[in-house]
Write a protein that binds this ligand. Structure first.
Ligand code: FAD
Length: 346
């Protein structure tokens, strides 16, 4: 039975712990409840905001209308049990990291590099989550969604989703048009490890796994390694409120890179498809002198300059700090930084 509440504080529904209030709020645990909530909002002509784990949002104002927290559960194998390819259907409300652990236990491999990413499965396609050399799109089969305006249920394929680096159809033309209710993933009974990412390779070669030769590296070991690296690099949102990387890594032309490298020979950069170059946004922010800076209850993490943290500030304080950082990086390097999380601001 759908329970729509009024004036609900969202502090515990966003990992930045920003103060914001939903005019109306409900949790939906099934497609039917979701349809009921959508119909209710349509009838009242209210705007709708969808919220999963709140780990990729900046709530810089109160949210008018109905906030729907997606809590649709379920993980099921939909391919034949004896088939090597494992297609699994995951409810949008499943916790992403718990899903990764569950798949590893079942012997369904492919998500190990995506361990410990906060949030829920339904949000994973929105920015095509990625880490340690693997993106959701590499393991994606299709998704099920409901059109907000009509309640129509649709299925979308890999091509339909137009995935890119931290990007998808849902950030472009499809923005605020669909609720994702389930994600179908293409995993495998056979481990096919992706160990190219430098930090992961180095960790596996030199750190706690010393002595384990490549054939003995299992998906579970890769997952453990990814978790250990992430824990050493990123602040835990339950201890220091944050939304992970606050800026996307900017992609520039090789000509611009060459010009920049004359002035900054240590400029960190990675090869991209089409000959373009990706810069490390954290390096740019750090070089611009922002690491560890605090202002008005918000700040830049003192070990990881890419992560903005909230001590006791507001979303507006955070956006003001982000604006100052963007201006100073543009001034120093001529490079624009784009905010990665979705900003909600009146
Ligand atoms: C410490 C930390 C580390 C992180 N590391 C990474 C990383 O390595 N790689 C990476 O890619 N991301 C990373 N993130 C970002 C974040 O974890 C992902 O973007 C995640 O997918 C967000 O999930 P969520 O459920 O919290 O989404 P939310 O923050 O709740 O929502 C994000 C956006 O998706 C929309 N949305 C949510 N659910 C649905 C749905 N079912 N249907 C339609 N729209 C929906 C929301 O409206 C919102 O616009 C990190 C975040 C933190 C805090």
């Amino acid at each position: 039975m759908l329970n729509i509440q009024q004036q609900v504080p969202l502090l515990k529904y966003n990992t930045l712990a920003l103060p914001s209030t939903a005019e109306y709020f409900c949790k939906v645990a099934s497609d039917n409840e979701l349809q009921e909530a959508l119909a209710w909002a349509r009838k009242k002509q209210l705007p709708i905001t969808l919220l999963g784990g709140g780990s990729n949002v900046v709530l810089a104002s109160d949210l008018a209308g109905l906030v729907i927290h997606i809590a649709i559960p379920g993980i099921e194998l939909v391919s034949e049990p004896n088939q090597a390819e494992k297609i699994i259907r995951v409810g949008a409300g499943e916790d992403w990291h718990q899903l990764v652990l569950h798949t590893l236990k079942q012997g369904w491999y492919g998500l190990e590099n995506l361990s410990l990413i906060p949030g829920l499965a339904g949000a994973a396609p929105i920015q095509n989550i990625g880490a340690y050399g693997v993106e959701l799109s590499d393991r994606f089969h299709s998704l099920e969604a409901i059109k907000l305006s009509s309640g129509e249920a649709i299925t979308m394929t890999l091509d339909d989703c137009q995935f890119g680096y931290r990007d998808s159809f849902f950030k472009g033309l499809g923005r605020d048009q669909y609720v994702i209710t389930a994600v179908n993933l293409k995993l495998s009974a056979k481990a096919n490890l992706c160990l190219e990412y430098p930090a992961l390779r180095q960790y596996l070669e030199t750190k706690t796994l010393a002595g384990v030769t490549p054939p003995a590296i299992t998906p579970k070991l890769v997952s453990d390694a990814v978790c250990a690296i992430r824990r050493s690099k990123l602040p835990d949102p339950t201890e220091i409120a944050n939304a992970g990387s606050f800026f996307k890594n900017p992609v520039i032309s090789s000509e611009q890179l060459e010009t920049l490298k004359q002035k900054y020979p240590n400029l960190v950069n990675y090869e991209q498809a089409g000959g373009r170059k990706k810069l490390a946004a954290g390096w740019l922010v750090e070089q611009a002198g922002w690491k560890g800076i605090t202002s008005s209850g918000v700040g830049v993490h003192d070990h990881q300059a890419l992560v903005l943290v909230n001590y006791h500030g507001t979303g507006k304080d955070l956006l003001s700090l982000a604006g100052d950082i963007q201006a100073s990086v543009l001034d120093k390097f001529g490079v624009s930084l784009e905010i990665e999380p979705r900003v909600y601001c009146k």
